[in-house]
Write a protein that binds this ligand. Sequence first.
Ligand code: PMV
Length: 357
Amino acid sequence: MKATAIANANIALVKYWGKRDEKLFLPQNNSISVTTDCLSVKTTVEFSSKYKKDILILDGKEFKSGSKEYDEYFESFLNKLRISAKTKLRIHPVKSPSALFNRVKVVSKGGFPKAAGLASSSAGFAAFAVAANEALSLGLKEKGLSILARQGSGSACRSVFGGFAEWKKGKRKNGQDSFAIQIAPENYWPDFRIIICLTSKKEKKIKSRAGMAQTVKTSPFYPGWLKTIEDDLKKVRKGIKEKNFSLVGKTAEENCLKMHSLMLSTKPAIIYWNSRTIELMRKVIDWRENGLECYFTIDAGPQVKILCLKKDLETLLKRVKKIAGLEFRNLKKSEMKNIIIAKPGPGPKIVKTHLFS
Ligand code: PMV
């Protein structure tokens, strides 16, 4: 009844920003991402009658009923998990259905800042879904896991796969056709690199869930965004298939800027960037114009992710370190690195070492 999974965060190349169904987490458009080989979250899940209530411990801190994390993210996902599992039970009887009605203890640990625009929720809910599937012997395969993870955090449905994945928005009202599929496995494009630059480690004030809902409601540019998405998706799919870095990078950067224009035009405006974010964006454009091919993408936070190829990694790192080094002069040794190098990584895995006994 206890299981542990590790999953990695993904970074979107064509973004998801807005739902057509808030309860089921159904998106307005398809999105494409690359799952990283780092930014991992490990989660242990145990359903047992020994627990009197559902327990959530994230990075050593217990979250209780009444907190946003517990009520809006944890309990609401658990309810969906229990409903999905019950529906599933009707089709395939599993060994211990009663376990579903037991309380659960969930302990989760990530080696990077939460809610800072590093897609921690994509790794967190993918690990949670995979561990729960194992703990309850639900027998969900990738599609079912993707549907389940989606209902914790939309982007998590893509972290069920390694390499490059596309989340199909689906058309059905019940969301059963809204899940991710793999476009290319983790070892398909070994030269693809992402330099993740942490410009701030603070938790963001506006979470993506609330932010995107406000954007759909108030941004006058939202219909324009939806009109251009198909074209971005086509280019990024083609770029990945042909390993055409220029096409993937250029489209990803343009798509990111379009998403941020939606945020800026939301009422009230959502501005995730800080001055370092903008400095890095300008530098990337400048370096590129001077012959070093690189592109940026930024999610719901101030962190800049620089896309490049392996051959240019060292040159870029030297330049990036100069900027980040200035800003992080006072970093303690124990603090996390502010530059992380990622490449396409694997999907979730079940491991034997649990986070609690
Ligand atoms: O899955 P959420 O609710 O964390 O939203 C993710 C939103 C973006 O990271 C900005 C874009 C994306 O597609 O991952």
